[in-house]
Design a protein around this ligand. Structure first.
Ligand code: NAP
Length: 212
């Protein structure tokens, strides 16, 4: 698949490295493709570099790895993505009174908001419930980590499931895009343990089945 990753920060660069060698053509969509930082990241991941809208236009799957605070402007600047699969791994977080909180959740979600910014795109919410390190390499975990997906298009979710499998996850369909309202607080469960309760970042959720 031709994959654009918009945002080459912690998540974008981890996903680019994680997808390296999996047979995909990855392009990082960055604001300054000639910056030494972008060139170094692209070199490590054997990925291409382009401006965000150019990267998105040339790809079948567009992964959003953007901070929520700048997401609306950045996503709307990508242009018309109708027909494309868009993987939303953002979490709609903000600091409020010194605490990291979700800015929405009961009546809507980040996933639904992103879908509203991109009419005609097939938005799939996923990869928001684990740290970037586990996206790059989770082979040492005792169980295969689970990764939920929420989206309205079954064919798009099937392709995203293949991508998640390539990254070492067991994909699990959570339902339509409104189920982002479940997945985003679940992301905060991981963040709370990892960052605020001392568990660290070297773990992921697993769905463990009975043997019979
Ligand atoms: N970090 C994690 O472990 C983790 C795990 C799961 C989900 N998430 C979610 O994933 C998202 C990204 O997190 P992150 O930790 O990767 O953030 P980050 O390290 O701050 O990286 C964000 C990247 O987005 C880029 N960016 C901002 N505006 C842009 C624009 N208009 N066009 C192109 N690129 C733009 C920034 O580029 P510049 O360098 O040019 O500013 C930066 O490289 C967040 O919504 C976060 O909640 C994070």
């Amino acid at each position: 698949m031709r994959i654009a990753i918009i945002g080459a920060g912690t998540v974008g660069s981890a996903l680019a490295r994680g997808l390296k060698g999996k047979g995909h053509s990855v392009t990082l969509g960055v604001r300054d493709p000639s910056s030494p930082k972008a060139l170094a990241l692209a070199g490590q991941a054997e990925a291409g570099l382009a401006l965000p809208a150019e990267a998105a236009a040339a790809s079948d799957i567009v992964i959003l790895a953007l901070p929520w605070s700048g997401a609306e402007e950045a996503v709307k600047a990508l242009g018309d993505l109708s027909g494309k699969i868009v993987v939303d791994c953002t979490n709609p977080l903000a600091m409020v009174d010194g605490e990291l909180v979700l800015t929405m959740g009961h009546a809507t979600s980040g996933g639904e908001t992103v879908a509203g910014w991109l009419p005609g795109a097939k938005v799939v919410k996923t990869l928001n419930t684990v740290g970037a390190e586990m996206m790059e390499d989770n082979a040492a975990l005792a169980h295969r980590p689970v990764m939920f997906m929420a989206g309205d298009d079954a064919a798009a979710k099937a392709k995203v499931a293949d991508l998640l499998s390539d990254l070492g996850f067991a994909p699990l369909d959570a339902g339509d895009i409104t189920k982002s309202r479940l997945l985003e607080p679940f992301g905060l469960v991981w963040i709370n343990q990892a960052l605020f309760r001392g568990k660290g970042r070297n773990w992921a959720f697993a769905a463990v089945e009975a043997a019979r």
